[in-house]
Design a protein around this ligand. Sequence first.
Ligand code: ADP
Length: 325
Amino acid sequence: MIIMKKIALITSGGDAPGMNACIRAITKYCLNKKIKVIAFLDGYQGVIDNRYKALLLEDVDNIIHRGGTILGTSRSPEFKTKEGRVKAIEHLRKHEVDAFICIGGDGTFAGARVLSEEMNIPVIGIPGTIDNDIYGTDYTIGYGTALNTVVEAVDKIRDTASSHHRIFFVEVMGRDAGFIALNGAIASGADTALIPEEHTDVEELAKHLKQSAKGRRGTIVIVAEGDDAGGAKEIMQKVAPYLKGYSLRHSVLGHIQRGGAPSAFDRMLATQMGVFAVQLLEEGKRDLMVCFKNGRITSLDIQEAMKKKHIPKLSKLELLNQLQS
Ligand code: ADP
């Protein structure tokens, strides 16, 4: 068992609901163990600028239900430079931190890996991103909540789509990964999902919609923003010439997918992952990512998590197809 006195903590990259629940769990567990938590503000940029807060119990009271991150986050191009990291390392050394925990996505882990190498400090990554696109974990913190937000929004769009007999193209987040689009489509009863992992043939899509929209009150197509045929608006414009006489609309859900109170699942996931991260460090482990695999909280080499890609099960597209009329 390693006795630690102080750990550094950041949230970095895109914010995700449940990050606060994770910050809370880490802080409460550490303070119970007499470990101080120095939280740097706005991701790696806060480490470079030495902007920080020593977290106390009162800082993490009443935050489990809040979306976003109380620590702030940012994209820090400066941390990608050697000069930027020299400043960051100087500050971490000055604070005499024993370890570094970061909550974020792939980019955040890349930063942590470099930090571990250049400073020789144990690092642990916790996957927090609404995109769920991190290898080694079945779920990332924030993904479940974002999915619920999408389903809630599509339910509302369905009401107007069916009142007007419209075909609606709903764009959801997912520049590189189709998790939100695919599972959002299944859970909201959409006709189909267009995802970056699969080529979209516009003519085929138009033919299919012509058939499936016939006699139906409303049809929903979920489009991941990174689909190869374009976003919702572009795809709607591309199919329009084939669908004369049909009423077409599009809607971009945008940043509402990032915010809001985390779901019960995300709060539980974040709490368990946060505590586990500190326990790994107490066991003397380093350079790992915490994951949730097959129902268990476990860990994986952070480099392996970064090297490989997590892609949604394409059999789920087949499932959507099997339900089409
Ligand atoms: P995410 O963690 O959500 O994938 P980013 O890709 O924006 O988000 O990464 C978050 C931050 O991590 C970046 O702004 C940068 O400061 C740091 N980072 C990303 N890649 C590297 C890298 N190769 N070397 C050092 N720092 C990096």
